[in-house]
Ligand binder design. Structure first.
Ligand code: CU
Ligand code: CU
Length: 360
C-alpha cells in the first residue's frame, strides 16, 4: 500500500512537473512571438540566392550607381527604395606617399573603395565583376569577394569567392542605420585587406538624422603594411601585418593628406563626420583638437548616443558619426589620438574660415 501510494504521489508529481514545463514552454513561445513581433517588425530577412557566372569582358564603368561617392565627400542621399550598385574588383597601382606605390587590390580602383550611401529599409541590388584578370600585369589575377557589414545575409552564399572574369549579383536590405565597413572576405582575409580591399557603407535612419548639419565628411581610417624591395618597389608585408606593425596609418588612404589639403568649413558650422576604422589590425581614438563632440552615435546609429565626448574609441571595423562645431575661425587638427598612429600619418586639418561665429 505504501508502495502504491508512493507511486501514485510520484506520478502526480511527474504530471505536475510536466504540466508546469509545458506551461512555461507555451508562455516562453508566446513571449518569443511577442518579442519577434515588436523587435523585428521593421526588419527584412531573407533574399534570393546570389547568382554567379562567368561574364564576357566588359567596357562598363568600374563603379556605377548614384549612391556611390568618394571620401571625404559624400553625396546627399538620392531618394530611392531600390538601388542598383556596381563595384568591380580591379588591381591598380596605388600611390600611397611620395615615392611609395604598390600593386593594390581594390574595390572600384580606389583605396578605400567608394562610399555607399543608402537609407534604412532600402533594397540594394548589388553587382560585382572580378576584373583582376584585365588589370595590372604585375599583380596576378586573384579570387575576390565582398562582405557588407551593413547586410544580414548568408555569407556562404552572398560573400562567396568570385573568380577572375566572373560576376556575382545579390540583393540585401539595409536593416539598421549605421556606418559600416565592407571588405573582401577571401582568404587570407588579412592579406586581401592590406592589399586595399576595404570601404564604407552609410545607412541613414529611415526618418533621417535628428540633427541638421552644414557639412558632411566621410573618413575611413586604415593601415598599410609595406616592405621596400631591393629594386625600390613596395609590396605588402604579411609579417608586419600579423605583428600589427603598420607602415602607415591613414585617413582615406593617404598619410597626412588633409594636412596638405585641409578640409574646409565655416566657423560655427555644425559638422557631421562619418568615421569608420576599417583596420585591419589597429584601433583608433578619433579626436578633433579644439572642440568636443556634441553628439557621438556609436556605429553611426542615433540610438547609440553619447554627448560631450573628447574622443571616440573605434576598434577594427567600428564606425561612428561624430557631430561638432568649430566655434572660432582657425585650423583644427583631427587625429587618431594614439599618437604613434599620428607619426604614421593619421592626422589631418580642418580649416574653419570666417563664419557666423568667427572671432574678430
Ligand atoms: Cu580580395
Ligand atoms: Cu568583416
Amino acid at each position: 500500500m505504501t508502495h502504491l501510494n508512493f507511486r501514485h504521489i510520484r506520478t502526480q508529481a511527474s504530471l505536475l512537473v510536466l504540466a508546469s514545463a509545458l506551461g512555461f514552454a507555451l508562455y516562453g513561445c508566446n513571449l518569443n512571438a511577442n518579442a519577434a513581433k515588436s523587435n523585428y517588425e521593421d526588419l527584412v530577412f531573407g533574399s534570393a540566392k546570389s547568382t554567379l557566372s562567368m561574364t564576357p569582358p566588359t567596357t562598363k564603368a568600374i563603379i556605377d550607381g548614384p549612391s556611390l561617392s568618394f571620401a571625404p565627400n559624400v553625396k546627399p542621399l538620392v531618394p530611392a527604395r531600390e538601388r542598383d550598385v556596381r563595384i568591380d574588383c580591379v588591381h591598380e597601382e596605388i600611390k600611397v606617399d611620395d615615392g611609395v606605390s604598390f600593386a593594390a587590390w581594390t574595390f572600384g580602383g580606389t583605396l578605400p573603395g567608394p562610399v555607399l550611401r543608402v537609407k534604412q529599409g532600402d533594397l540594394v541590388h548589388f553587382t560585382m565583376t572580378n576584373r583582376s584578370d584585365k588589370t595590372m600585369a604585375v599583380s596576378p589575377p586573384s579570387p575576390h569577394s565582398i562582405d557588407f557589414h551593413a547586410a544580414m545575409v548568408n555569407p556562404h552564399d552572398k560573400y562567396q569567392e568570385v573568380l577572375p572574369g566572373a560576376t556575382i549579383k545579390f540583393d540585401w536590405t539595409a536593416n539598421y542605420p549605421g556606418v559600416f565597413m565592407y571588405h573582401c572576405g577571401s582568404p587570407a582575409i588579412l592579406q586581401h585587406m592590406i592589399y586595399g580591399m576595404i570601404g564604407m557603407t552609410i545607412v541613414e535612419p529611415k526618418n533621417g538624422y535628428p540633427t541638421e548639419v552644414d557639412k558632411e565628411f566621410a573618413i575611413v581610417q586604415s593601415e598599410y603594411y609595406l616592405t621596400k624591395l631591393e629594386d625600390g618597389t613596395y609590396v605588402t608585408d604579411m609579417v608586419a601585418a600579423v605583428d600589427k606593425n603598420a607602415t602607415y596609418v591613414t585617413f582615406n588612404g593617404k598619410p597626412r593628406q588633409y594636412v596638405a589639403n585641409p578640409l574646409k568649413v565655416k566657423a560655427g558650422d555644425r559638422v557631421r563626420m562619418f568615421v569608420c576604422n576599417v583596420g585591419p589590425c589597429g584601433t583608433s581614438s578619433f579626436h578633433v583638437v579644439g572642440t568636443i563632440f556634441d553628439r557621438v552615435w556609436l556605429d553611426g546609429n542615433p540610438q547609440n548616443e553619447l554627448r560631450g565626448m573628447q574622443t571616440v574609441l573605434l576598434g577594427s571595423s567600428s564606425g561612428a558619426i561624430v557631430e561638432f562645431v568649430l566655434p572660432e575661425e582657425g585650423t583644427y587638427p583631427f587625429v587618431d589620438h594614439e599618437f604613434a598612429d599620428v607619426e604614421k600619418g593619421a592626422v589631418g586639418l580642418i580649416v574653419a574660415e570666417g563664419g557666423a561665429l568667427a572671432s574678430r
